[in-house]
Design a protein around this ligand. Structure first.
Ligand SMILES: Nc1ncnc2c1ncn2[C@@H]1O[C@H](COP(=O)(O)OP(=O)(O)OP(=O)(O)O)[C@@H](O)[C@H]1O
Ligand SMILES: [Mg+2]
Length: 319
């Protein structure tokens, strides 16, 4: 199971990046792979997904071989400052200075860089026995456009800042991002118009601007296919006599709606095959009353199977 040191989860806002990041973390950890899931400002139900009390800026063990952190730009700046400046006294002198603080707040790119830097740093950490603290860091960052500007920052720093501690770290971060052996993006999308077009944009930016390898396409929240493929169901839908009293009417409407949604999914699955001929994993729409760790189980199983599948080449583009 060859797995990258850094897996960047990309995709449009709301397509399920955070959900997939957690499920992938669970799937890796279950295979004995020490994994850190590093979220950037993920929204509150995060702790529920992991089934623990809270997830915040402190790295926490959330299960065997699994750690999680919800990064906050301000806290990351403080930590990055400590890492770069090494000495706490110097840090206080420089970063706790009121003028410097307001300057840092005025430079959003620096906030973002601190998060890329932190994710990079965690891929390099070692335990006392010399082995990597985390074998893989999963980076659940911002959505498409914002992610691209965030990942450009190491190069921007190298172009703009004179040689010094900042450029050393930026150079190592850029090398890690551009190394297809160590880093890959997993692109999450829905089989829907807007998400597909953003996924295609992000794929292009990753390839052409960031030199970042996109390793896999995850098509999330697909409606069930079996409702559209059953001749028996076709017959029932044609023949059934709706009756509001029996609830049959409601069941028929729900079934028709699900079939319509799946037809849209099928259309965009075909389009994805043409526009993004990547190895792909299809994930079902989950109909769970609440999104906790147990509800994620079908995604954990499918992502685990994807990790174990032989490294097949990407499918050919259909004619
Ligand atoms: N496979 C799925 N089936 C059903 N609901 C899902 C699925 N995946 C994600 N969701 C739901 O979709 C919503 C968005 O998911 P999530 O927060 O993971 O997306 P995101 O891409 O991280 O969003 P954001 O851009 O806000 O960070 C959540 O309510 C989540 O529970
Ligand atoms: Mg999210």
């Amino acid at each position: 199971m060859p797995v990258h040191r850094l897996i960047i989860i990309g995709g449009k806002g709301g397509v399920g990046r955070t959900t997939v990041a957690v499920a992938l973390g669970l799937a890796l950890a279950r295979r004995g792979h020490r994994t850190l899931v590093a979220h950037v400002r993920a929204r509150p139900p995060l702790a529920e997904l992991y089934g623990c009390e809270r997830i915040d800026e402190e790295i926490r063990a959330v299960g065997p071989d699994l750690w999680a952190v919800n990064m906050d730009p301000q806290a990351s700046i403080r930590e990055m400052g400590l890492l770069v400046l090494r000495f706490r006294a110097l840090y206080h002198l420089v970063l706790e200075n009121r003028l410097v603080r307001s300057f840092l707040r005025a430079v959003p790119a620096l906030e973002e860089y601190s998060m890329v830097g932190k994710a990079w740093y965690h891929t390099t950490e070692q335990r006392s026995d010399g082995r990597a603290r985390f074998q893989t860091v999963i980076f659940d960052g911002p959505a498409t456009g914002h992610l691209v500007s965030m990942l450009r920052i190491p190069q921007v720093i190298l172009d703009a800042v004179p040689e010094g501690p900042l450029t050393g770290d930026a150079r190592r971060a850029r090398e890690l991002l551009a190394d297809p052996e160590r880093t890959a993006m997993w692109l999450v999308t829905l089989a829907e118009e807007m998400a597909v077009s953003e996924a295609a944009d992000l794929h292009r930016a990753a390839r052409d601007e960031l030199q970042l390898r996109v390793d896999r396409l995850l098509v999330n929240a697909l409606y069930p296919a079996d409702l559209t493929q059953s001749a028996a169901l076709d017959q029932v839908l044609r023949q059934a006599t709706p009756s509001a009293e029996s609830g049959l009417d409601l069941a028929l409407r729900a079934t028709r709606l699900l079939r319509e949604r799946r037809a849209i999914n099928d259309h965009y699955l075909k389009e994805l095959a043409q526009r993004l001929p990547l190895r792909r994993t299809e994930l079902p729409m989950l109909f769970a009353p609440r999104f906790d760790r147990a509800a994620l189980e079908p995604l954990v199983t499918l992502l685990g199977a994807a990790l174990e599948a032989p490294q097949a080449p990407a499918p050919a583009v259909p004619a």
